[in-house]
Design a protein around this ligand. Structure first.
Ligand code: AQP
Length: 341
């Protein structure tokens, strides 16, 4: 093996009572990572791992609500692990694992279901969206999704959850479920809080909707340079700027907004737009090349990791093993409180 990834094997298991506050976040293995994932969440995963006991999970149980091809799910789980590692998650500084490798998540979900009114789940915006998106597959998992999400977080008693703002309603629901459980069975779980980056909602290439795989408006940051160029060049800019000589409005132009994350000179670039010194096409070219350059090391690292699947598996298995004592301790406490022991 030529890769220099340090296996997480051999790290001490996580203590049931953390010495530092815990953060937890989950990400779906539903294909390639996009710019919205990185700017909205993954950058915070990396940053928070310095200060907190950080746990990150590839949520394959959640993915089963929409993905029904076993080989595809396995492959996408590996790809997501490689993407997160390539984007800076260090298995020596955080714990990365796959949701289904810790069966306690599903067990706790069932227990939390018994304190969760169905009406709370039916009003969840993402449930309503999914019903529209996959009308022939409105499976029960789509409805119960937020309860599993709550279980994912509270099984480790995490108090902070780095997510994009699209997850705000789910997180609020997790807090309600925690309150309902604590009211019925006594103080057990902390109420988790969302932690946002400076870009809590990244708009897609259409400039209107959230960047999202299911919409197909993504910029695939670890994709080939030509793909990134094509995606950036397709971006909708300031729709009122019709002629090249019209002044641009960087405040409402998605391309200009994204420049803020790829260089300190965005004010100068914006001035060029306002004075029509530069046009939208110029601005897109600059952005595309900067995104490609910024993610070039991660792209290389991703390829290297994908060439060593056993190394990825080792990191994920070690991550799940590290979490066993905490998950077991939480389940024992919960079962005791609920009269199951
Ligand atoms: N556009 C976004 N802006 C900011 N944050 C975002 N996130 C996703 N899109 C944006 C955040 O990324 C983390 C992982 O989200 P996920 O597991 O829901 O990932 P996803 O499946 O890649 O999200 P999509 O593309 O929106 O998927 P679909 O289309 O399947 O629903 C989360 O913290 C999320 O907030």
């Amino acid at each position: 093996m030529t890769s220099d990834v340090a296996p997480a094997n051999g790290r001490a298991p996580l203590a049931a009572n953390p010495s530092r506050p815990r953060t937890f976040s989950g990400i779906q293995p539903s294909g390639v990572v996009h710019l919205g994932n990185d700017l909205g969440a993954i950058r915070n995963y990396v940053a928070l791992a310095d200060q907190y006991e950080a746990i990150y999970c590839i949520v394959d149980y959640h993915a089963l609500t929409s993905t029904h091809d076993a080989d595809a799910l396995r492959q996408q789980t590996r790809e997501m692990a490689a993407s997160l590692l390539a984007l800076g998650l260090d298995p020596d500084r955080c714990t990365l694992f796959v949701q289904s490798h810790r069966p306690e998540h599903a067990e706790l979900m069932w227990l939390l279901c018994t304190v969760t009114p169905v009406s709370w789940l039916e009003r969840t915006p993402t449930y309503k969206e999914k019903v529209q998106q996959q009308p022939d597959d409105v499976n029960h998992g789509l409805l119960t999704y937020p309860v599993l999400q709550a279980a994912d977080i509270v099984i480790y008693k995490a108090s902070m959850v780095p997510v994009g703002r699209d997850q705000a309603a789910h997180l609020e629901l997790s807090r309600e479920i925690v309150r309902a459980f604590n009211r019925r069975y006594g103080e057990t779980f902390p109420e988790p809080k969302a932690v946002y980056t400076e870009a809590p909602v990244v708009l897609g290439t259409d400039g209107v909707r959230k960047m999202s795989k299911s919409v197909g408006n993504t910029i695939d940051i670890l994709g080939e340079p030509d793909l990134v160029r094509k995606q950036v060049m397709s971006m909708v800019t300031d729709t009122q700027r019709i002629k090249r000589t019209d002044p641009g409005r960087p405040e409402i132009c998605n391309v200009c907004q994204l420049q803020r994350f790829f260089g300190d000179d965005y004010e100068d670039l914006w001035e060029g737009e306002r004075t029509a010194r530069t046009g939208c096409v110029d601005m897109k070219k600059v952005l595309a090349e900067r995104i490609i350059r910024h993610y070039a090391p991660a792209r290389e690292r991703y390829a290297e990791l994908m060439a060593h699947p056993t190394e990825i598996e080792g990191i994920l298995e070690a991550g799940a093993d590290r979490l066993a004592p905490v998950a077991t301790a939480t389940m024992a406490e919960v079962k005791e409180k609920m009269g199951l022991r």
